[in-house]
Unconditional design. Structure first.
Length: 378
């Protein structure tokens, strides 16, 4: 994409059989005619009123949600063309920004995941499809159904700007998910199957997507987290979340004890304590930063400590610097959902500063304004 969000088409792929001039392939047969998209650009801002097609039934290299999200950024004259034409256009864009090595890695991970799903027998099958009434507390469900900022704020507290906490999961759901994770880990131990851990920081825990919970977590992100992030995190792609990484982490004296200061590989992070009995393990937050300022000093107003309560969620920007203090006794397990926006990540490449969400960029902007005013007065 160019700086204004357009797609650079200078290296446009040749049509099938095309090698230069003429309108036939080497056998004298005219190739299929596709719309001439060479001069079109993606919109910088999405068409929020457009209802995108569903791509769930197609076998694609990329997430169906990614296509649905990207569709809103298509030029107006492409919004109502046949779905196959939109797929072809968006796929060309995605392939341009996804190197072959990355696609190979994704394919291998897909095969790894399929091997697990084919052999692992779930303990609680009701977890594998979204059953909102059985998963969430009534106050959270009502707020989501109302789908208005006022309703969201009635169930939320905001102990620090951009960090929201609220009651979310029913105790029964927490118990079932804990039992499912234990059952999966038992299967891993018995079969000696080598699994991937959630990230480079946690040596214990499991990726929920890898043993069949991907579809349920997709619904969690799309229907329950995206309405919140659309309101509270629009400046980091909150309305265009299209992929996720869902996992549980485990803390205790015989597990990971604490978690160092870091930022998440996400635009929006959901973190819910599942239990069990523990002490310690508080989250500490230290301000939102872009890549350029991730190691800058923390201001006093950015300091927040948060104590986990089973069933209660905390939601924050992925770039909100944080860590976890030592779990001093017992066993703590948390569900995390890293929610990502491919569109935001692409547009972010062409911005130099982020005063609308990075604390240090805001301070630098205010300082420039102060100096400008002082200079004008002189």
């Amino acid at each position: 994409m160019s700086v204004d969000g357009g797609v650079d088409r200078r290296q446009e792929a040749q049509p099938p059989g095309g090698g230069g001039g003429g309108n036939a392939n080497g056998n004298g047969v005219a190739p299929p005619i596709f719309p001439a998209y060479a001069t079109h650009r993606l919109r910088l801002n999405p068409n929020t009123e457009h209802r995108p097609d569903s791509y769930e039934d197609l076998q694609l290299e990329f997430s169906p949600l990614l296509f649905s999200s990207l569709e809103r950024y298509l030029p107006p004259n492409l919004l109502n063309v046949p779905r196959d034409a939109k797929v072809q256009y968006m796929r060309e864009i995605l392939l341009r920004y996804s190197p072959e090595g990355e696609r190979t890695r994704v394919q291998r991970h897909r095969e790894y995941r399929q091997k697990i799903i084919s052999n692992y027998q779930p303990l609680h099958r009701e977890l594998y499809s979204m059953q909102a009434a059985n998963f969430f507390v009534p106050s959270f469900l009502k707020a989501i159904n109302d789908n208005a900022e006022e309703s969201f704020r009635t169930i939320m507290s905001e102990p620090s700007p951009g960090v929201f906490t609220f009651e979310m999961l029913q105790p029964r759901f927490c118990e079932m998910l804990l039992a499912e994770v234990e059952n999966f880990e038992k299967w891993v131990h018995e079969t000696k199957f080598r699994i991937m851990r959630p990230n480079t920081m946690n040596k214990y825990g499991a990726v929920l997507d890898d043993f069949g919970l991907e579809t349920m977590l997709d619904k969690l992100m799309e229907d329950f987290i995206r309405p919140l992030s659309r309101v509270f995190y629009p400046e980091v792609g909150g309305s265009t979340l299209d992929t996720h990484h869902g996992f549980v982490v485990e803390y205790g004296m015989d597990r990971d004890v604490d978690l160092g200061f870091h930022v998440d590989d996400s635009e929006v992070t959901l973190n819910v304590c599942l239990g069990k009995h523990f002490s310690g393990g508080e989250l500490f937050f230290r301000g939102v930063r872009c890549d350029k300022h991730v190691n800058t000093e923390t201001q006093s107003e950015e300091i927040l400590d948060y104590a986990h309560i089973p069933g209660r969620a905390v939601i924050h920007r992925g770039r909100h610097r944080h860590g976890a203090r030592a779990t001093t006794s017992g066993h703590r397990i948390n569900l995390l959902l890293w929610c990502r926006s491919s569109v935001f990540r692409e547009l972010k490449k062409y911005q130099k500063d982020f005063p609308n969400w990075c604390g240090e960029c805001q301070r630098e902007k205010k300082e420039r304004q102060r100096q400008s005013i002082a200079s004008t007065k002189l």
